[in-house]
Design a protein around this ligand. Structure first.
Ligand code: ADP
Length: 253
């Protein structure tokens, strides 16, 4: 319809604007990030040192926001395509191998080869990477990072329609979270890390919701954390005559 076309054109221009702006902002912020530590290196004055840290911190935050704007710009322009889940996780495994601490084991052996999903692989990769990096940081003395994926039937509740979902779970055997932290997870800039941005999980949530999915968490302090992504494959919807009908996720996107 005309309204949909208008909306998609507006989204397109917004994406272009965000893309251009991010690019320019990055060129301003990157030099700041490089220069800030030089201030700290060249002085013993504690006030100057603190200012240097502040500049560095702000530049980092700015660059993180630029990164999420860029991913928004790309996401809005990129149509979904068929993503093979095992391939996505293998690529993630490769990407992370360089940064994986020696005492952390990544296990994707349980993931079946034949799981596919209509979606944006760059965004999904970004989301899984965020969850994995958080998991690694939660295991300073080592542990196991396990990724599982399966098709699963989910009953309807207040938040979701009944249907067949793709469930991806990222589990760690790390420090876990108390209830207070779990409640604040998706608040912008909420972080318990000295160098955290508090934007990682928010961006994950946005990506999952762009795919009409749900992001959930279960955690126990001292035992570990599991983040669960539910992405709709085929949903049951009631049509006008009250009959139930299944909708493939390709049509939902
Ligand atoms: P950041 O990683 O920059 O702090 P996030 O939004 O990704 O930002 O995470 C917010 C907070 O959630 C973290 O600071 C941490 O306290 C908590 N958190 C996220 N993932 C985990 C995890 N796997 N185990 C324990 N705590 C976690």
């Amino acid at each position: 319809t005309e309204a949909e076309l208008m909306r998609s054109q507006r989204l397109d221009s917004l994406a272009m604007l965000a893309g251009g702006l991010s690019h320019d902002l990055r060129n301003i912020l990157q030099p700041l990030l490089m220069v800030a530590p030089m201030i700290s290196e060249r002085t013993d004055d504690t006030r100057l040192l603190r200012l240097g840290e502040l500049v560095e911190d702000c530049a980092k935050r700015g660059l993180d926001m630029v990164a999420s704007m860029l991913s928004f710009a790309r996401g809005a322009r990129q149509a979904g395509s068929t993503v093979n889940v095992k391939q996505l996780l293998r690529a993630l495994d490769l990407l992370m191998r360089g940064t994986l601490p020696r005492n952390v084991v990544l296990d994707i052996s349980d993931v079946p080869n034949d799981l596919n999903f209509e979606g944006n692989d760059t965004e999904l990769q970004q989301c899984l990477l965020n969850l994995c990096l958080n998991a690694i940081q939660a295991m300073p003395s080592g542990g196991t990072l396990t990724l599982r994926a399966e098709r699963t039937w989910v009953d309807a509740d207040g938040q979701r329609a009944a249907g067949e979902y793709l469930r991806i779970a990222v589990s760690d055997t790390g420090v876990g979270m108390d209830e207070d932290v779990q409640r604040r997870l998706f608040t912008p800039f909420f972080t318990t890390k000295p160098d955290g941005t508090g934007l990682g999980l928010l961006s994950c949530k946005r990506i999952v919701e762009n795919h009409r999915g749900l992001l959930g968490v279960t955690s126990a302090p001292g035992e570990g954390t599991t983040f669960q992504i539910l992405l709709p494959l085929e949903l049951e919807t009631a049509d006008a005559r009250g009959r139930s009908e299944t909708v493939r996720n390709a049509r939902l996107l």
